[in-house]
Design a protein around this ligand. Sequence first.
Ligand code: UDP
Length: 468
Amino acid sequence: MMAHVLAFASPLQGHLSPMLKLAEALAIEGLLVTFLTTEHVYHKLGGADAPLCRRRQGLRLRSVPDGLPADHPRLAGHLWEIMQSLRDTSGEKYRELLVPLGKEEPDGWPPVTCTIVDALLSFAAEELGIPVMAFRAGSPCSFWAYFFVPKLIEQGEIPFPEGCDMDELVRGVPGMEGLLRRRDLPGFCRAKDANDPIIQATMLTTQWNPRARGLIFNSVEPMDAAVLAHIRTICPVTYTVGPLHNLVRALDPAHIATAGLWRENQTCLAWLDAQPSKSVVFVSFGSLAVLSRAQLLEFWHGLLNTRHRFLWVIRPDLLDETGGPGDLPFELTQEAKEKGCLVVEWAPQQAVLAHPAVGAFLTHSGWNSTLESIGAGVPMVCWPLFFDQTLNSRYVSEVWRAGVDMKDTCDRATVEKMVRAVMEGEAAAELRRNAAALAEMVRSCVGEGGSSRVGLEKLVQAIRAMSS
Ligand code: UDP
């Protein structure tokens, strides 16, 4: 019987995008893939007639409702609400959908033989008699730290003691003893109460992973070797197939990137064409980060004070609701133009990072952004906010040495100093060399015989074995 995978992704840009790439990689390798997401995302991707499915034989889309009203904004500030609603409503719909998918369909698609579930959707895993694999959209280092959250709670490390030193090292995560400070622990560890719903949900979505048939990381084996060795002590069947966007491009050079949930402003590429090599700072805080007006202005002045040109993604929902008078993003867009810089609402980030005019990336250290920067050899200034970002930035600065960690501060003087540190002088040249070496390593991992290619082959073999 032909192998048929059902991939279920949460509706967040940072989860959807790598999982779609994984679905494409599996389809390129000859598997049939039904990609399941929410109705909202399904329509954004083009529905039954999605361009992606026209291009990629063996890949089709299906949807389940997320339980939110049609006119719900589904914006960054509503993340928790979206995930809660999805959790409450989709479980049953998912089960209903799996009944017909578990049998041969009239159009000849064979029954589903394996599911790959975004690890955020742990509820989905428990409902099936079909083998389940877990896909982690975040970094391996964060997974490992999440796994020890119950122990850290037991030890009294979380919640942080009142008035504690945030720079003190944390000892509860094996392998990270000399590296992890309190401030590097996942953002949710700063909650005042261990019963905080985000801490509880993260524990839940992590603890079931060792029971899955396999754990899949969007990660590169040599980069994460040390932490992967630890992870394999509890999840022996762990695959590394990243960075997925590089892998898919290596498998299919004619690959066309799938549009995300926002419309990309392509004109910024023409703007970059007119800039000198490595002269531009690209600034983007991903799809979920929300800044206060005061923070935005500190970044703004810090960047202007460096006198380097910048291209900044300011999403319409980037600012929180505690703003003052005036349409700040609009005003800044105008001022940026006068200063020779550019502000856009959403950029084709991978293409921007690959552009020779980009010299550094001021990022929130989301895992996709981190991998995209590493794959393009661009050094980073990291300003992490939550979840795995606080760990990713620590690894970028201390383990991979491809950038600097500006965690917990964004006053204009610090922003200026950090941006200069990755753009100017010998220290910046060193970071650039390290970043270039990492990009080279990524190229060889996704190339013929490379570790991510081998990881994908092993994954495909395992899925085929489940279908025979
Ligand atoms: N992204 C993009 N254009 C932008 C900003 C972000 O295409 O202007 C993409 C980026 O390339 C990445 C994803 O959005 O693939 C963000 O994922 P990440 O894990 O970095 O952060 P999250 O949004 O989950 O916080």
